[in-house]
Every structure is written in structure tokens, then in C-alpha cells.
Write a protein that binds this ligand. Structure first.
Ligand SMILES: NC(=O)c1ccc[n+]([C@@H]2O[C@H](COP(=O)([O-])OP(=O)(O)OC[C@H]3O[C@@H](n4cnc5c(N)ncnc54)[C@H](O)[C@@H]3O)[C@@H](O)[C@H]2O)c1
Length: 441
């Protein structure tokens, strides 16, 4: 007979699927001193998972800790061992069928009160548990880790209407306290928070790019503008696309086209633009394929030469330093300037900020979780609402009206509340227009 032991702490962990994410989650838990059972689909795949975990060890001591703490096995042979685990984390491939199949296999063997999570990047939790027994619906939530697991601070938590609060609290305390994660509470909506906004920035930026390049703002300048002045990492837009890969972005875009709600502005950009499509078709995906928008070439004397791709001419040119001028120190001045640089920022950055401001409360109960998701998951120096505060909410609202564009939901809330900013010394602006104290990180 199974026992209902609702663990006060997570002492033992099972991870199903030892790929990129599963091996990272197993390593993070072992490094925190937990016993981990890592299950794969076959012995051969289990061997590969072992190699992956080994490669994640920072040194010999950690390698031996991982060997001691992580038992690797197969679903077929080792399933009954799941009954000893407090938390079972599913990290198999991103299809509804695969996830449902794993959950129905583990359900009969796990003990009552154990916590189950899925590491989906964006399949709705409600779809995953649709036909699941009530017991699983109560014990189940989404834990969306970011890659690489041990490096990225962001972890998005999504619960369903039936998830018991103590399961979420126990697991959250472990993930925050023992794995050092920055937790963000997201709603059960497509791509949750980080990827919903982050992919809009990328895809809307790619779509707007050709027009701005024609106006004289080339790729190097676009990245210079969307980097330091905004507080984004140096990879900015095109460097980030190179890092992720055009093939991955293409597949996420297709997924977004199928899942974004009707009327969402993301639908209009949920595909690769013509120039990027041609690049993807040639296999010019980014860093992993030897170059996308940027590449490093070896000169005859052995020195390295950075080159930038011109998508219109389809030629490579030597990279040059971009001078942005004195205005670049002040984001608001740069953003509202009547220049091609200002137009680029209003279009790509402004468009993303407006998109984010219209998504609350649909994707999150507050602006704080949105800002934290973008800082912790995409290494933005400031989140969208903090950036709007830097630019000036009243100026942004006036500009939108002047252009005949609608004012997004949270900016309308701010205006109605008579607030001057989303954050002040008292805290942050809630979705009801009242100021609330900042929740601890
Ligand atoms: N890679 C990322 O950047 C990233 C980031 C966040 C979330 N995710 C999500 O994490 C999940 C895993 O992604 P990944 O990148 O680790 O994929 P992956 O392809 O690297 O690994 C998946 C692993 O699951 C194993 N597997 C498949 N079916 C199985 C089964 N029935 N039982 C046991 N193991 C099985 C595969 O053999 C493989 O090793 C996906 O849902 C993905 O969307 C990925």
C-alpha cells in the first residue's frame, strides 16, 4: 500500500530524460547533496546521459560526487525505484504525446504525496494533465528551467487550478534555497513569460530589421543600439540570434504561430523574414554552423578577423567599430530622437515594451515577475517595466497617442492611477493601480 508522505523537504529526486536539460537538473540536485535517479529510454541512452552529467562537473571532486549521488537507469527496468522519490521531474522531448506517456508510466509507481513537475518550454500544463487522474493534477506543476541549468538563474513556476499549494511551496523552497534559482510565477499561457517576450523581441526585431537597414542602420549599428544603451547583453539582437540558431528560432516561431491567441501581435512575426529564411535554407544558422550574422575568420598572419553578413547583398564584410555619439548615454534621449537610431529603438525596443505592457495580467499577476523573468532569463539589465520607467511612461503614452496607437493595458492602469512610474520607494504598481511592497526575490 502506498503511503502519503508529503515531504517537508526534497531529499530524493528523479529526473526522467537525461538530455541537455535533464542532465543539468540532475547535476544541480546532486551538487546540492540530493540523491538523484536519472532515467532514460534505453541502456544506450542512459550511457550517453552519464557522459553528459560527467561533462557538467566543474572538477574531479564534483565528478566523483555526481557518480556517487546520481544513479542512471532505464524506464523499463528502474521505474519501481520512483516510489522512493520526493520530486519527479520530467524532462523528455517537447511533445505532448511524449510527456503524457511518461506521466502515465510513472503515475502507478510513485508514492502518494510525491511532487511531479514537467520541464516543458511552453506546452500548456492543462493540456499535459487533461486526462490525468485527480491525484496527479494535485501533485503536478511546471518547473521551466533555462539552459544551461546550472548557470541560468531563472526558473518559471506554473501551477494548475488543482495543484496543491503545499506541493508548490515545498518544491519552490528547495529550488530557491538549495539550487539558488530565481523563481518567477507565470500563468499557464503559451511560452510562459521569458520566452513569450524574449521571442517577440527577437522575431519583431528580425522583421523590422530590413526596413531599418534600408534607412542606413546596419546590423552592427542595430546591435550597438540594442546593447549597452538599453542595458541588454552585448549579443543584443543579431548576436543573440547567432547564439540560439536560426533553426531553433524557426521552430519556436512555428510553435508560436500555432499557439498564440487570436489578435496577439506576435502572430504577425511568427515566421522567419525572407532574408533570414534564405540564410536558414543555406544552413547559415549561427555560431554552431560557423557563422550566421557574424563569423570569425583567420587572417593570413593567424590573427582573427570578425566579419558581418549583409543579408541584402549576401556578402561578408569586415566588422567595424560603431560610434553612437554622446546621446547614447541617456536612453530616453536616444529613444525619442527624431533620427534613424531613435526610429529603430522605438520600433524594436518600444514595440517589445508595449507588447509586454499589454500582456499583464494575462501572463503574470504582476509586473515584478515579468521584469525578473527578463533580467534572470535573458540577462537584460532592466525588465520591460523598469525600462519604461527609464524612458518615461508619460512620454511613451504621449508618443503612442501621437502615432494613433493604442495605449497598452498596464500603461493605461498607470495613467488611471495617476502614477508617474511603475516602481517607486514604496514598491511597485499592482494590476489594480495600487502600490504594493516588492516581494522578496
Ligand atoms: N534545451 C533547452 O534550451 C531547453 C530549455 C528549457 C526547457 N527545455 C525543455 O526541456 C525538455 C527537454 O529538452 P532537452 O533540450 O533536454 O531535450 P533533449 O533532446 O536534449 O533530451 C531529451 C531526452 O529525453 C530522453 N527521452 C525521450 N523519451 C524518453 C522516455 N520515454 N523516457 C525517458 N527518457 C526519454 C531522450 O533520450 C533524451 O535524452 C523539453 O521539454 C524542452 O522543451 C529545453
Amino acid at each position: 500500500m502506498s503511503q502519503d508522505i508529503r515531504p517537508a523537504d526534497i531529499r530524493s529526486v528523479a529526473v526522467i530524460g537525461g538530455g541537455t536539460m535533464g542532465s543539468g537538473i540532475a547535476a544541480a540536485c546532486a551538487a546540492a547533496g540530493r540523491d538523484v535517479l536519472l532515467l532514460e529510454a534505453s541502456d544506450a541512452l542512459a550511457d550517453k546521459a552519464k557522459v553528459r552529467v560527467d561533462a557538467l562537473a566543474a572538477n574531479d571532486a564534483e565528478r566523483s560526487l555526481f557518480r556517487d549521488k546520481i544513479a542512471v537507469g532505464t524506464m523499463e527496468r528502474d521505474l519501481p525505484r520512483l516510489s522512493a522519490c520526493d520530486w519527479i521531474c520530467e524532462a523528455v522531448i517537447e511533445t505532448l504525446e511524449a510527456k503524457r506517456a511518461v506521466l502515465s508510466a510513472i503515475e502507478p509507481v510513485r508514492r502518494d504525496g510525491s511532487i511531479v513537475s514537467t520541464n516543458t518550454s511552453g506546452i500548456p500544463l492543462r493540456a499535459i494533465v487533461e486526462d490525468a487522474p485527480a491525484r496527479l493534477k494535485r501533485d503536478m506543476l511546471v518547473t521551466h528551467f533555462f539552459n544551461p541549468v546550472r548557470v541560468m538563474r531563472l526558473l518559471e513556476i506554473v501551477t494548475g487550478p488543482d495543484t496543491r499549494p503545499d506541493a508548490c511551496e515545498t518544491l519552490s523552497a528547495f529550488l530557491r534555497g538549495k539550487l539558488g534559482k530565481g523563481l518567477v510565477t507565470a500563468k499557464d499561457t503559451p511560452n510562459f513569460i521569458g520566452n513569450r517576450i524574449g521571442l517577440y523581441f527577437i522575431l519583431s526585431g528580425l522583421h523590422a530589421g530590413a526596413g531599418h537597414r534600408a534607412a542606413g542602420v546596419d546590423i552592427a549599428r542595430i546591435d550597438a543600439l540594442l546593447g549597452a544603451p538599453v542595458g541588454f547583453p552585448g549579443t543584443a539582437l543579431y548576436g543573440l540570434v547567432d547564439l540560439i540558431g536560426l533553426d531553433v528560432i524557426d521552430s519556436i516561431a512555428r510553435n508560436l504561430a500555432a499557439t498564440l491567441p487570436e489578435g496577439d501581435p506576435g502572430r504577425a512575426v511568427a515566421s522567419l523574414p525572407a532574408a533570414e529564411r534564405r540564410m536558414a535554407e543555406r544552413g547559415q544558422h549561427g555560431r554552431k554552423s560557423g557563422g550566421g550574422f557574424y563569423r570569425m575568420q583567420k587572417a593570413a598572419d593567424g590573427s582573427k578577423l570578425k566579419e558581418i553578413f549583409d543579408p541584402e547583398a549576401e556578402t561578408w564584410n569586415a566588422a567595424r567599430k560603431v560610434a553612437l555619439g554622446p546621446d547614447s548615454a541617456d536612453l530616453a534621449t536616444l529613444f525619442f530622437a527624431d533620427t534613424p537610431d531613435g526610429a529603430l529603438l522605438r520600433d524594436v525596443l518600444g514595440g517589445t515594451l508595449v507588447y509586454a505592457a499589454d500582456l499583464v495580467p494575462d501572463i503574470s499577476d504582476d509586473i515584478v515577475n515579468v521584469d525578473r523573468a527578463m533580467r534572470w532569463g535573458f540577462a537584460w539589465g532592466k525588465g520591460p517595466f523598469e525600462l519604461i520607467d527609464s524612458i518615461g511612461p508619460a512620454r511613451l503614452i504621449a508618443r503612442l497617442r501621437q502615432e494613433g496607437r493604442p495605449v497598452p493595458h498596464m500603461l493605461a492602469v498607470l495613467e488611471k492611477a495617476g502614477a508617474k512610474s511603475f516602481y517607486d520607494a514604496q514598491g511597485y504598481l499592482g494590476i489594480d493601480g495600487r502600490v504594493r511592497p516588492l516581494p522578496p526575490e
